[in-house]
Design a protein around this ligand. Structure first.
Ligand SMILES: C[S@@+](CC[C@H](N)C(=O)[O-])C[C@H]1O[C@@H](n2cnc3c(N)ncnc32)[C@H](O)[C@@H]1O
Length: 248
């Protein structure tokens, strides 16, 4: 008999249009913007986050991709704001599970990311910093980016039975493998994926992350988990908190 899946932290009704600030990206991916000046970086999905704008200001040649960028700015801001409030109220309803996160500061930081995204989006779209596209098909050449970053889509939005947050998720293992191949195709140096654990009360390595790591290893890529300092609520118990780094 197969073991019961560990209980989820919580589940979501739908994909959230949710973004983060650059310091969150630095913590998630164990990177420093200051060390990335001049690099071509892909952030996919970018959501209503400020990494593209902050990276651009820091001299990084960063492009953000999201399917929702086809929508007008006012619709993006409305959706982004609603989704921050939805997510925070879900977290507040399960506050004991997020004991190591200051939820007021968390909400404030997401709204700050949204405001900075909004101030950059129109000019950034004209300049080519924001691109509408959807995994597993990216409109970029092979190895166009030095580094590709992908957070809170793969693994997070898988079905709860596999350790994700989205009931009836369309993001199967096969989808994950195709999406990871596509992210790697456009990466010259490396791909970083975060998070890599299940969103359950007793987190373990997400089985799709293990499958992707094994596959890239078998193809001869360098594969490792690099510790992340990003707080996820159950961080204290989450000794596996790390991003998956796949190198050429
Ligand atoms: C929770 S946000 C993550 C944004 C950001 N990376 C972060 O960590 O804050 C998930 C994003 O994935 C986008 N998304 C949904 N389906 C996608 C797909 N097939 N390919 C790329 N992005 C997708 C959504 O529009 C949403 O903005």
């Amino acid at each position: 008999m197969s073991p019961e899946p560990a209980p989820s932290l919580f589940t979501l009704d739908a994909m959230q249009f949710f973004g983060r600030v650059a310091t969150d990206y630095e913590a998630m991916f164990a990177i420093r913007l200051a060390n990335m000046k001049g690099l071509r970086v892909l952030d996919c999905p970018s959501g209503p986050g400020s990494f593209v704008s902050e990276g651009h200001a820091a001299g990084v040649r960063v492009i953000g991709v999201d399917p929702l960028y086809a929508q007008p700015l006012d619709a993006l801001v409305q959706r982004g704001s609603e989704d921050v409030h939805n997510t925070i109220s879900r977290m507040r309803a399960n506050a004991s599970r997020f004991a190591d996160i200051d939820l007021d500061a968390y909400a404030h930081s997401k709204l700050r990311a949204l405001a900075r995204f909004a101030s950059d989006f129109e000019q950034g779209s004209i300049d080519g910093r924001y691109v509408t596209a959807s995994l597993p098909n990216l409109p970029f050449a092979d190895r166009e980016f030095d580094v590709t970053l992908s957070a809170h889509l793969l693994f997070t939005y898988s079905d709860p039975a596999s350790g994700g947050l989205l009931p009836d998720s369309p993001f199967t293992l096969a989808w994950h493998q195709t999406a990871a191949d596509e992210l790697m195709r456009v990466s010259r140096r490396e791909l970083r994926l975060y998070p890599t654990t299940t969103r359950s009360l007793r987190p373990c390595r997400h089985p799709y992350a293990e499958a992707i790591a094994d596959r890239f290893r078998s193809l001869g890529h360098g594969v490792r988990y690099e510790p992340s300092s990003f707080a996820r609520g159950n961080h204290k118990d989450d000794t596996l908190n790390a991003c998956l780094v796949i190198q050429r």
